[in-house]
Design a protein around this ligand. Structure first.
Ligand code: NAD
Ligand code: UDP
Length: 325
């Protein structure tokens, strides 16, 4: 248990990353209040915590004002759909979640004198012209395209955080998360890791958008959670965004080959059109995280996939109708 027991609010705590964060905070001896509207998360992700005496769940949308009992010490804002098909399904609500929802949570943090951590994203760099991406790169984002509801919403949320910090109103911190994977990703969320594993396990065709030469850098979820907790607790507040991701860079075609090999699948690859504004390359420069947090990822892709594939296999056993998207 950590030295000081805190009460921590995790918005988006029933999602993929948020549920792992709730686990880690409870394991560290803290009280956790999970706030979620279950838009993309699931009660199943936190059902093991239901009877934990230090865990409570509030079903609420962060765009609305909700009541919290007692004093809160820290607020993590992870509430926002993260998969492109999911955040584009209701783009206005995605934008509102990042702007209105983040403003609401910042106000809550201000009222409680709580520290605040905003889950931002590598998408603030858009289709980057700098490679690897450093935090001082301002990005290349299309503000009118189909990804803008997410990218621009997250950029606006960062603005709110740094204004609150500069005004001395909230001890706000911003992490820029790069593609993260692991157990509890929703099998049909449409992201690349979930799609490829579910397709390979089912013997369905693996869907490669475009040539498959575009790259991503994949971080295992336990590494990300360690980075989130480190940034929330580091003193002094770095006052700048911090990239957290695994700098190992893979083409989508390489990832598909690795998944086929590790699942021993005979599925074929099929090529589908590349989505509009799909970033071509993405890899974090993590110098700042190393320097400020003493953080770096520990789990290489093959090890992370070896822990993730059995989880998806279990999902398919309990619901054979589940498909990639
Ligand atoms: P997820 O979709 O699994 O989780 C998001 C959670 O937020 C879900 O439980 C959802 O129901 C909840 N939510 C969404 N809108 C809400 C609202 N208006 N009010 C209350 N709850 C709401 O996604 P994830 O992968 O766990 O991502 C968590 C956070 O990390 C997101 O903010 C995402 O933008 C950020 N992020 C994730 C990745 C990644 O690769 N996983 C990469 C970059 C950034
Ligand atoms: N992608 C793909 N096939 C899929 C899903 C995604 O080729 O079934 C590609 C997608 O076009 C992108 C990359 O994989 O180039 C990562 O997509 P994801 O949606 O996981 O994350 P993001 O684009 O937000 O980084």
């Amino acid at each position: 248990m950590s030295a000081e027991r805190k009460t921590v609010l995790v918005a988006g705590g029933a999602g993929f990353v948020g549920s792992h964060l709730c686990d880690a905070l409870l394991a560290d001896g803290h009280r956790v209040i999970c706030v979620d509207n279950f838009q993309t998360g699931s009660a199943r992700n936190v059902e093991a915590l239901e009877n934990h005496p230090a865990f409570s769940l509030i079903e609420a949308d962060i765009c609305e004002v909700f009541a919290v009992e007692g004093k809160i010490d820290q607020v993590y804002n992870l509430a926002c759909p993260a998969s492109p098909p999911q955040y584009q399904a209701d783009p206005i609500h995605t934008m509102m979640t990042s702007v209105v929802g983040t403003a609401n949570l910042l106000k809550l943090a201000e009222q409680h004198g709580a520290s605040f951590l905003q889950a931002s994203t590598s998408e603030v760099y858009g289709d980057p012209e700098q490679h690897p991406q450093q935090e001082d790169y301002w990005g290349n984002v299309n503000c009118t395209g189909p990804r803008a509801c997410y990218d621009e919403g997250k950029r606006a949320a960062e603005t709110l955080c740094f204004d609150m910090l500069r005004m001395g109103r909230v001890d706000a911190r911003v992490v820029r998360i790069f593609n993260t994977y692991g157990p509890r990703m929703s099998p049909d969320d449409g992201r690349i890791v979930s799609n490829l594993i579910v397709q390979a396990l089912r013997g369905d065709d693996l869907t490669i958008y475009g040539t498959g030469e575009q790259t991503r850098s994949f971080c295992y979820v336990s590494d990300l959670v360690a980075g989130l907790v480190a940034l929330m607790n580091v003193a002094p507040n770095p006052g700048k965004p911090v990239n957290v991701g695994n700098p190992g860079e893979f083409t989508i075609a390489e990832l598909a080959d690795l998944v086929l090999e590790m699942t021993e699948s005979r599925s074929k690859l099929i090529h589908l059109p590349l989505p509009v504004d799909d970033p071509q390359r993405r890899r974090p420069d993590i110098s700042r995280a190393k320097e400020v947090l003493g953080w770096e990822p520990r789990v290489p892709l093959s090890e992370g996939l070896a822990m993730t594939i059995p989880w998806f296999a279990g999902q398919l056993r309990s619901n054979p109708a589940v498909k990639g998207r």
